[in-house]
Design a protein around this ligand. Sequence first.
Ligand SMILES: [Zn+2]
Length: 419
Amino acid sequence: MKFENQSSYSLGHRSPTSKEALVGENGSQVTLVSQSALGAINRGRVLQALYDNGPKSRADLARLAGVNRTTITGIVQPMIEEQLLVEGDAVPSDFKGGKPARPLYFNPDAPMLGAVLLLPGKVQTCLVTLAGEIRAVAKAEFDPQGEKDAFVAIIKKTLSSTLLQAHKAPFGIGIASAGMIDSDNGVILAVNLAPVLTGLPLVSILQKHFSLPVVIDHHPRALLVGDRWFGPGRGQQNFAAIYTGEVLGGAFFIDGKVYRGLAGSGGELGHTVVQMGGARCNCGKHGCWETVAALPWLREEASKMGMAEPSKISCARLVKETEEGSGAAGDLLDRYTRNIAVGIVNLQQTLSLNSYVLHGDVAGGGPAAAERIKAHVEQSIIMRPGQEISVTVNGIGEGHTALRGAAGLVLSSHLKLVI
Ligand SMILES: [Zn+2]
């Protein structure tokens, strides 16, 4: 299937127009922020204010942003003309003495965003409305060790079944993928648990097939974008997302921006070393954080301790059994949360983000798991006066945060937002 009249572009080529480089006498480059980049920052902030506060009039947005109405109108008018935003019926202003105003919000008839979550052996697709609602979910399984052609056929079929339910051509498709991703070139470089994906130029394959813009990013980074637009990261300038499951991953939001590193290679947190000479990791090295704080470790420890059904162990189960008085569950929960905390401590000492959002298996443990991790982190770092460490869970299940994040990547790319 193909949608007409959509240009193709990749996430990686978004930056050259946003900065202008000057070459100094000694050959060093000086980069300046251009007017178009400032426009992107302002568009992003206005959209974030709508996500954070719900429908708001131009006057209310101007007051919230500390700018005049003319400035806000200059930012929102193109988005109204593009039918991304609509004006609702007049309501009294939020602010005392304000005239009744017409609130702006996301147009329910605007094109939706296509989203894909790709994990070893599993693909999930959906449509996401501009307000973050998930529609037309489809799921499929694939052989992680299988043939590339078979995988490509499965992802095309699954995505087609979702996209066919869109009332108009989506803005594009965002992919959140496990593994090491080259987001600039749209290639999956390596997935330890799914060799079939290694070296796959998925962005160009799907762009060609669907004639839609396609962007791809690392799964934890999509979680981070999902947190930032629609979750506990709203309004925050610095935080990290931490995911535990078959692997451990993370991503950072630093000084108001998603940190990607060179070609999207930044944030391989699962492979930071926490144990010299430790267990061998999926990546072939030893002592990675992932070897002591992901599900394979948890299963092995549960088995060593003689717990029932160690293959079905999860953080949610450990919390429940601990609350029911199981000493073994309490002990394992304490070690699991301590091991997760170790990596957070290193991150905190390096970047001082102060705020951590948990996803995946550990998020299934809810606030009880988050509290334990926070306590372990606070024990291991020297707290500055007045410093607060926040550990929260974003436990929206079934990959919905990652799917929303993948959609957020498309939205950012479409509107050239700085995220
Ligand atoms: Zn590793």
